[in-house]
Design a protein around this ligand. Structure first.
Ligand SMILES: *Cc1c(COP(=O)(O)O)cnc(C)c1O
Length: 365
C-alpha cells in the first residue's frame, strides 16, 4: 500500500460482472455450447442483422478514428426522439454517461442520492468522485421517491433513479416520477436511467423526453446494450438540455464511442421489427419464469424488465449448483440480497433449461 491514492478510491468494491460463458467452461470443464447464460440482462436474440450489415460496411474504415462528434448516430437519435442533436451525449455504454455526470457536477464531499437495491454503478460513480452516498431504503424493493426527495440535502448535487430498476425489476409510474422531478431543487441534477424502457408494456410507456424539455436539470439515459442486442459494443446515450450536455461533453474522452458501435447503433435504432420481436420474446419468457416460480412456491419481485429477482434461500449454494449444471445466473449478495438470484429472460429453451435445473439446485430433487 505504498502508492498514494485517495481513501475513497481504496474504499471502492469493484463491480462484479456476470460470469462469461468462456470462464465457466474453463473453470468447470464444460462445453461452451452447453452453457446457458442468464446473468447480464442481454438480448437472447443476439445481434440484429441490421446492425451486422452496418458493421460490415464500417469495417474497412477502422484505420480511421471514430467521428468524435458522432454526427450520424446523434442525428438518428435526434430524429427518433425529436430533440436537437445538441441535446445528445454518446457514451461508451450508458455506464459512461452515469460516470460523466457524476464527474461533471459533483465535488468531493458533496452528496449523491440513490435507492437501496438500485444499480451498482450509482455507488461506484459516487465513490469515484469522493462524494458521500445517501442510500435511501427501498420500499417493496423499489424506489421510495418521497423518502428520496426528503433525503436531498443542501450539498446534494445528483440523484440517480433507475426505472425500471436493476436488479429488482420494479417500476415507478410516470406520474410519480414526474411529481418527483417537479419537486427536486433546480440545482440538483436528476439522472433518469431507462436502460429497460423498451420492455415496458405499451400501457405503461410514457414520454420522458417531454420532461427533458421542461427540466434543465434532468438527464435521461438509454442504452443499446439491452433490448437492442449490442452489449458487447458498449454504446448508450444521454438526453439533456444544452447546458448539462455541454458539461458532459467537456469531460468525455474525445473518442469514447468506437466506429463500429456508432454504425451499429444508428442502424438498429429504427429496426422496429427487431424491437417488437425482442419485446414479445421477453414478455413471454418473463411470464413463464414468474409463473414457474409461483408454482414452485418461490417468492419473486414482479418485473418490468428482462430479468426477475427470485428468492431461493442460500443463493450462493443454489448458484454454485446451477453453475455445475451449466447455468449462469446472477447472485446479488453484493446488493444486500443474499437470499436472491437475478435471472435474465432467455430464449424459451434457455428458460426451460434453467427451470429444469432449478429443483435440484434448490436441493428439492
Ligand atoms: C445494464 C444497465 C445499464 C447500462 O448498461 P450499458 O451497457 O453501460 O449501457 C445502465 N443502467 C442500468 C439500470 C442497467 O441495468
Amino acid at each position: 500500500m505504498s502508492i498514494p491514492a485517495p481513501s475513497y478510491v481504496r474504499g471502492i468494491a469493484p463491480y462484479q460482472a456476470g460470469k462469461p460463458i468462456s470462464e465457466l467452461a474453463r473453470e468447470y470443464g464444460l462445453r461452451e455450447d452447453r452453457i446457458v447464460k442468464l446473468a447480464s440482462n442481454e438480448n437472447p436474440l443476439g445481434v440484429p442483422e441490421s446492425a451486422q450489415r452496418a458493421m460490415l460496411a464500417e469495417l474497412e474504415d477502422l484505420a480511421r478514428y471514430p467521428d468524435s462528434n458522432g454526427f450520424v448516430l446523434k442525428g438518428a437519435i435526434a430524429r427518433r426522439y425529436e430533440v436537437p442533436p445538441e441535446w445528445v451525449t454518446l457514451g461508451n455504454g450508458s455506464n459512461d454517461i452515469l460516470e460523466l455526470v457524476a464527474h461533471a457536477v459533483v465535488q468531493p464531499g458533496q452528496s449523491v442520492v440513490y435507492a437501496q437495491y438500485s444499480f451498482a454503478v450509482y455507488a461506484l460513480a459516487t465513490q469515484e468522485v469522493g462524494a458521500q452516498a445517501i442510500v435511501v431504503p427501498a420500499r417493496e424493493h423499489g424506489h421510495d421517491l418521497d423518502a428520496m426527495l426528503a433525503a436531498i440535502r443542501p450539498d446534494t448535487r445528483l440523484v440517480f433513479i433507475a426505472n425500471p430498476n436493476n436488479p429488482t425489476g420494479t417500476f415507478a409510474p410516470a406520474q410519480a416520477i414526474e411529481r418527483f422531478i417537479e419537486r427536486v431543487p433546480a440545482d440538483v441534477v436528476v439522472v433518469l436511467d431507462e436502460a429497460y424502457n423498451e420492455y415496458l408494456p405499451p400501457a405503461l410507456r410514457f414520454d420522458s423526453v417531454a420532461w427533458v424539455r421542461r427540466f434543465p436539470n434532468l438527464l435521461v439515459c438509454r442504452t443499446f446494450s439491452k433490448v437492442y442486442g449490442l452489449a458487447g459494443l458498449r454504446v448508450g446515450f444521454g438526453l439533456a438540455q444544452p447546458e448539462l450536455t455541454d458539461l458532459l461533453n467537456r469531460i468525455r474522452q474525445p473518442f469514447n464511442v468506437n466506429s463500429m458501435a456508432q454504425a451499429a447503433a444508428a442502424a438498429v435504432l429504427f429496426d422496429e421489427a427487431f424491437l417488437q420481436r425482442s419485446y414479445e420474446v421477453n414478455a413471454a419468457g418473463l411470464q413463464r419464469l414468474q409463473s414457474a416460480f409461483a408454482a414452485m412456491g418461490l417468492e419473486y419481485v414482479p418485473s418490468f424488465g428482462n430479468f426477475v429477482l427470485v428468492r431461493v434461500g442460500d443463493a450462493a449454494a443454489v448458484n454454485e449448483r446451477l453453475l455445475r449444471a451449466g447455468i449462469i445466473v446472477r447472485p446479488v449478495a453484493g446488493y444486500g440480497l443474499p437470499e436472491w438470484l437475478r435471472v435474465s429472460v432467455g430464449l424459451p429453451e434457455e428458460n426451460e433449461a434453467f427451470l429444469a435445473a432449478l429443483p435440484a439446485a434448490l436441493g428439492r430433487a
